[in-house]
Design a protein around this ligand. Structure first.
Ligand code: NAD
Ligand code: DAU
Length: 369
């Protein structure tokens, strides 16, 4: 058993799974992964570390106060890293209820339990404890053709998802100012890389292209996102954990702005190199010669933010973090990963990943309903 634990919430999701892997691989901390396994939670992503003595999976909701209290008391973590969330903008447009429940109410409940736990810690542990809240650049709204989001940019969320994340950020801020809970908030740009659920642009385009399905591009494809390879984001979170000022906000981005249509075209180009369309039966069945023939412009997302760009000079100067992976290289790695993990993608698409969890996973801890 590890000497010191971190409580990571949402560790079975995309960024969470990458972060848990990294923490187990590169630190001596034990990691408790608190995740209630929504459609986005996938324990297949963590199968390789499931029996590591420093890893504990706890199936539960961040909003379940009793269960959170139990975990805090049992493992006495030195920090909480809150990644659990509903994360997909399109789903929030269809129905925002779960976004309010988890992102706002859930985060509030987690904060309350963290505060109760933190208040009675011995002085040295009380001073070093941190509540690290992982948030998004989408809270700042949309940019015009120039400028970047800084930590002092106004919060102007445009989607139900970003409104719920902005609300959680405000609660985190309020718990620092009102109660002194040592919080840190990070606002990061668009992540891509291994284990991302194929509802998000990059994994969706890779898997649809390989399957010979349409590649949906919203609106005119001119919307811009600032992309960061997930491992760079996780490295930033790890460094912030060690080196931060309570109450502060840190923006995280890799200076890699891309138009959506260019992202889709670049994925097609990488696929032509590693899995040429000429040899793909699915495209041949449709009489198509190139992956780009699958590009299909579809009606725009309502309230679609036009451009995001992150100014990450603060984290670079104060924490010493810099991104290591350029978009071109990260995209190549990502395409290679999805090609090498077709079973992971197939299980997600068929829903079999949820059966797999029940067949293969011995629960270590489970909340009482
Ligand atoms: P994800 O949707 O892939 O994973 C979310 C995880 O949280 C899942 O494992 C899910 O089961 C779990 N979860 C959801 N509700 C829960 C609840 N009530 N209790 C416990 N667990 C719950 O999300 P992601 O893309 O990995 O994002 C992780 C965090 O990072 C989110 O807070 C998101 O807002 C933020 N973020 C994401 C990006 C991005 O590009 N993906 C960028 C910046 C910030
Ligand atoms: O900026 C950070 C945010 O990035 C995170 O907070 C969110 O959790 C994460 O999902 C992501 O939000 P986006 O809405 O930017 O990601 P998504 O992959 O859904 O879309 C990226 C862009 O691609 C966006 O402009 C919409 C567009 N798009 C998306 C899909 C799914 C398409 O054109 N076609 C698609 O099919």
């Amino acid at each position: 058993m590890a000497a010191e634990f971190l409580l990571v919430t949402g560790g079975a999701g995309f960024i969470g799974a990458n972060l848990v892997h990294r923490l187990i691989r590169t630190t001596g901390f034990g990691v408790i992964n608190l995740d209630n396994l929504t459609y986005a939670g996938n324990l297949e992503s963590l199968a390789d570390i499931s029996s590591d003595s420093r890893y504990v999976f706890a199936k539960g909701d961040i909003g379940n106060r009793e269960f959170v209290r139990h975990l805090l008391n049992q493992y006495q973590p030195v920090a909480i890293m809150n990644l659990a969330a509903e994360s997909h903008v399109d789903r929030s447009i269809v129905d925002a209820a779960a976004f309010l429940q988890t992102n706002v109410v859930g985060t509030y409940n987690l904060l309350e339990e963290a505060r109760t736990y933190w208040e009675i810690l011995p002085a040295d542990r009380k001073q070093s404890f941190r509540f690290v809240h992982i948030s998004t650049d989408e809270v700042y709204g949309s940019l015009g053709e120039s400028g970047k989001f800084s930590e002092t940019s106004r919060t102007l969320p445009n989607s139900p998802y970003s409104a719920s994340k902005a609300s959680s950020d405000h609660f985190v801020r309020a718990f620092f100012h009102t109660y002194g809970l040592p919080t840190v908030t990070t606002n990061c740009s668009n992540n891509y890389g291994p284990y991302q659920f194929p509802e998000k642009l990059i994994p969706l385009i890779i898997s649809n292209a390989l399957d010979g399905k349409p590649l949906p591009v919203y609106g005119d494809g001119g919307n811009i996102r600032d992309w960061i390879y997930v491992e760079d984001h996780c490295a930033a979170l790890q460094m912030i954990l060690q080196n931060n000022t309570p109450g502060e906000v840190y923006n995280i981005g890799a200076d890699d702005e891309q138009k959506n249509i260019d992202v889709v075209r670049q994925i097609c180009a990488v696929l032509e190199e590693v899995r040429p369309a000429a040899g793909n039966e699915k495209l041949a069945e449709r009489g198509l010669k190139h992956y780009t023939d699958l590009i299909t412009f579809v009606p725009d997302r309502p309230g679609h933010d036009r451009r995001y760009a992150i100014d990450s000079s603060k984290i670079k100067a104060e924490v010493g973090w810099t991104p290591a992976v350029k978009f071109r290289d990260g995209l190549r790695r990502t395409v290679d990963w999805y090609i090498a993990h077709t079973e992971w993608v197939e299980h997600v698409r068929s829903g079999a990943y949820q059966d797999w969890i029940h067949k293969n996973y011995a629960w270590r801890l489970e909340e009482k309903k």
